[in-house]
Design a protein around this ligand. Sequence first.
Ligand code: FAD
Length: 569
Amino acid sequence: MSDDADAAPAYPPAHRLARRVLIVGGVAGGASCAARLRRLDESVEIAIFDRGSYVAFANCGLPYYVGDVIADERTLLVASPELFRERFNIEVHTNTDVIGIDRAARTIAVRDLRTGKSRTERYDALVLSPGSAPIRPQLPGVDLPGVFAVRNIPDSRRIRAWVADRHASTAVVVGGGFIGLEMVENLMHRGLSVTVMEKLSQVMPPLDPEIAIPLAEHLSAKGVRLHLDDGLARIDGGADGRLLVVAESGACVRADLVILAIGVRPETDLAKAAGLQLGTRGGIVVDAQMRTADPHIWAVGDVVEVADVVTGQETVLPLAGPANRQGRVAAESIAGRATQFRGIQATAVVGVLGLTVASTGASEKGLRRAGVTSFEKVYLHPGHHAAYYPGARPIHLKILFSVPDGRILGAQAIGMEGVEKRIDVIATAIQFRGTVHDLAEAELCYAPQFGAAKDPVNLAGMLAENVLNGDMPVADWLALDRTDALLVDVREPDEFAAGHIPNAINVPLSQMRDRHGELPKDREIWTCCGVGQRAYFATRFLMQHGYRSRNLSGGYTTYRAFSAVGRKP
Ligand code: FAD
């Protein structure tokens, strides 16, 4: 028997004998759990309850339905109640609200929302996958007609109808996270002009601010009005049927409709009322098999707290991938298998108006919040494929790794092409607890139109290796204002003249061999170029000639992003 098999927890006979499994919520986590369980066990009774009219619909496609990119609502329905019944012998009760759990009796109370009648249903195993609800702040006007949140198909249908019936031309999206930005793109696709109102000073709050800057610039260039650093205060209804969105600063924006996309809150009311334990992040506490402290109840998806594999901290992560995988793990657990959920690492992507932003693992601000200090970072801006092949577009990539072991902690990238591919590779490396050395050695696809012989992922690993082994000490951008180091820009004079870091002097790399004698040996030298590569060559040259030199990683491109955010991490 293998070690793994030895380590597998024994399953109480009660679970293997579970005859009637009830599932609350029939979308990402719930539907996955039901279908997997049926594949594992033909004999068990399975019933799904959902208060909505649909199950197994594609929530992630809803913004594109609003935008008419997906024109036919039926394509959002991944599976119907009939399909569940006929193909999988699973009962589906839509329009049925689960209103209580009696753990001692092992029953749930349900109310049929069409008839108003309530009944109880018995379970041997209960799976909670009720998801999370959009946050509606307690502010004046948030319930006015024309103010929407996007959670399900009827929400999207209402927004589509409002836009069409009112000939809407302007919208305010409150919240610049991924759902907000997808709504921006889709409302613009419908011809509306859109303002984003965001309380924080950046869009896409999970990203580090300097990575969010190119995104904000792109949105502005595409005509999105960004109203950052200013939260929603209230919404007033006008006599003309239009809305006046008032920010905390007093600034006002007129709009035909408002989308509230300020985040989601796990639907924990049922669990709380049943006495199940909630964690510090507000989600249901579960073990690695997605089981609550009650051996007959499992919970999955947006509603649970799970461990972040990078920081080790418990977190809630409202994303479809984890919900689907957790649903599968719960099914395996109910069927008596020892499968465990490995934890989350927050791999996410959003596309907006031609730009792709993706991230995995921890951000720098997340690491600092978690008290992690022994890490380094590099910035790079390589093309998404070989520079000599037409059409290469830059990827702005930041990678964070622990010192001295080089374990990859996180990565964020932004660009027009090839962004999510690089983040997916790094995400897989993180899952295998990989290091930057693994990235340097990764053997990836290459032909000129797809990548480079040294792919951006390889380059990120190699740069990080250079930092770890002392070949390329990096300077801290955040210390730029207070350093005594001499800033040496090694680009050509015309590039230097077009823009440079204040106080930098220009010694082009092409002249460095002749002119390095002009530089001091008793003072640290911070080298800078366009994206960091020539500065790296200069750093290597200077170090070998007895200078103390560091590279400003990412070069002037990263400097511009940092300038825009005031050099705050
Ligand atoms: P859900 O899929 O939300 O399902 C919960 C269901 O439970 C709901 O139908 C609800 O009506 C029902 N329910 C709740 N309480 C009860 C009750 N008491 N009785 C009966 N039924 C109940 N994630 C990504 O990874 N990528 C994306 O691109 C992406 N885009 C998104 C876009 C939008 C507009 C939205 C809203 C979400 C998006 N997500 C995305 C997030 C993803 O959809 C969720 O993380 C995922 O669906 C969560 O799965 P879940 O099973 O926990 O909950």
